[in-house]
Design a protein around this ligand. Structure first.
Ligand SMILES: [Zn+2]
Length: 258
């Protein structure tokens, strides 16, 4: 018998689910991707991270604040990684439809507050449209949480730039969460600059930045953009702890709101 956490919707019977819906109106939807993460991290990295954050946060909150954790949305929007074998992408439209349909299903059974735990930057644009739709069409309270933003100050303090993909930051956090890290395969690729002075690959720009449509191959050959060899589980733990602390505090606030 697997260890059944009381908030894991997919492991409940419908009667148990009904009882849980009667006790809470908050749902957490973990959302990731299946895409290349360089030579040292597996394709499921973002999906794995989203699921771990959702479980750890729901576990910390229970039973003071009860939440419903939905099954993981393991596919995301990753067309920019398609040149790398193994990547599977949804179209933006599909992703929006998936999130909206999940949200509407939750609402039908009484959920009023939806928190999407997103671990893939490529999902952000489509996710904000999906949450907007759920807010406008179904009068739901909707929030997206991304660990690198909720702990953005510590990310910038803990890791050398560039902060981007399969880098020191992402590898460290994945490692701290128990991901499969191929330690010896870690590489450094600081990332090319396709438009010099305007298109450095980073999440926290310190120079003028434009909004180009890019493929990951514009920046990197290995799939890593950043210094993965500097990654460590200890550094990752700093971000994991802070992100969980802040996610828990935020959801406690959400639970106390009408
Ligand atoms: Zn990732």
């Amino acid at each position: 018998m697997p260890d059944v956490k009381p908030f894991l919707l997919t492991k409940l019977t419908w009667q148990e689910a009904k009882a849980l819906y009667e006790e809470t109106d908050i749902a957490i939807i973990p959302v990731g991707s299946q895409e290349q993460h360089g030579p040292a991290l597996p394709l499921d990295n973002d999906a794995y991270q989203a699921q771990e954050f959702a479980y750890l946060v729901a576990d910390r909150l229970w039973p003071k604040v009860k939440t419903i954790v939905t099954p993981l949305v393991s596919y995301g929007v990753s067309p920019h990684h398609m040149p790398f074998t193994g990547t599977i992408t949804l179209r933006h439209e599909t992703f929006i439809d998936v999130i909206v349909d999940i949200g509407k299903s939750l609402a039908k059974h009484g959920v009023k507050k939806i928190i999407v735990m997103n671990s893939h930057g490529g999902n952000t644009a489509a996710l904000s449209i999906a949450l907007r739709k759920l807010h406008d069409e179904d009068a739901l309270f909707c929030v997206g949480i991304e660990w690198w933003k909720i702990a953005g100050d510590l990310v910038q303090k803990t890791f050398e730039p560039p902060h981007f993909h399969a880098d020191e930051m992402e590898t460290s956090v994945a490692w701290a969460l128990g991901q499969r890290v191929l330690d010896k395969k870690r590489v450094d690729e600081p990332g090319r600059e396709p438009v010099p002075g305007f298109s450095k690959a980073t999440m926290f720009p310190s120079q003028p930045q434009i909004m180009p449509v890019w493929d990951t191959t514009d920046f990197t050959d290995s799939g890593t953009i950043g210094y993965a060899t500097r990654a460590s589980p200890e550094k990752g733990q700093i971000i994991v702890d802070a992100a969980i602390e802040r996610m828990v505090a935020f959801i406690e606030k959400v639970a106390s709101m009408d």
